[in-house]
Design a protein around this ligand. Sequence first.
Ligand SMILES: Cc1ncc(COP(=O)(O)O)c(C=O)c1O
Length: 393
Amino acid sequence: MKIRNTMLPVLRPVGGEEEVNAIRETIESGWWGKGPKVSQFEKEFAELVGAKYAVAVNSATSGQDLVLKALDIKDCDIINPTISFMTTAVVPLWNNCTSNIVDVDPVTMCIDPEDVKNHLKSNTKAIIAVNHAGVPAPIDEIRKFYDGLIIEDCAHSCYTSGAGTKGDVAVWSFQAVKTMPCGDGGMITTNDKDLYEKLVPMTWLGITSTYSRVKKDDGLTGKPGYSWDYEVDMLGYKCYMIDLQAAICLEQMKKLPKNLEHRRYIQKRYNEELSGYIQTPPHSETVQYYCAKVDPYHRDKLIDYLSSKNIHTSVHFKPLHLYNVVKDMNQRDYPVANREWKKLISLPCHPGMDDEDIDYVIYWVKEYFAENKYTYIADDYIVHHGVIVEEKN
Ligand SMILES: Cc1ncc(COP(=O)(O)O)c(C=O)c1O
């Protein structure tokens, strides 16, 4: 097959006339900051995920930080999974907490309840559970022995049915390559009214939003009104979403069912055609990442080979306990993550891919294994092509 001359990205956002028009309309409205579009998006998103309240923020990272601050969780220990993005390891540090990183399940790559149990400390006040690549984290299992705060990290699970309903509070991401992207953005959803009422002003330095003080009607005289004054009773931050972001999110939300269907279609095609060559991932409703596995011997070679064919891949994720910023406080063994992450390779998966793109990836993955055909016998497993055909205990 001829090598394409444009790069096929592993992930990418796709927008069209609808997003362009929504931005234009917002620009022309004269209200670019936090305003009616954000309110509409919060309302519609809460309905989508079945939550009572939603607070839009400028990223999931800010959202997780804000939840800890709103609940006064600081100077304690916070558990988070090693297969995740840097956010979950670092946000605890911002709040003067220890980032207590634990191991994951070998199949789902989500947080391992047994390892959580083994590493709970007397001062553990929160657990961040990531729905990795859209696969739900085992929050029910964790609940059996832990009754403290669980933050459900839904950055990859927008929208997996039931996502966001297991934790005490859920945090979502609309960052550029997520399933409902707007460039950067996030949402906190909760059924806790007190938490909600605290979070809203905290997104803007403790100030009630200007838009909420613009009264189209004062309710008595029918005359327009506006209140410029406000009080600040709490320490707040600056991490609200603005209407320019919400305008894109609202359009992306309409396209979400179609885009997710397309992601699942790509997942199905890869599963059907590549199952003899790669270890296919567990089913995901969002397929935020198509996280295949191959034998570690092949992983980096395959990444380089596909890159030479103009196919970009990625790894979701290198374990967080290997990064210097949190390494010292997590000096222990991570047998599952240390073994499994070396097999991870994310193949391109996004709504911008057509059948020709999918065929192209499938062709070159097969071609790699045709060129590198062998059976490899390691101490604890046997591999044929990239697939582990037998594991010895
Ligand atoms: C598991 C996880 N949590 C949190 C985040 C942070 O999201 P954001 O970029 O919106 O801050 C990401 C981003 O990729 C993520 O993968």
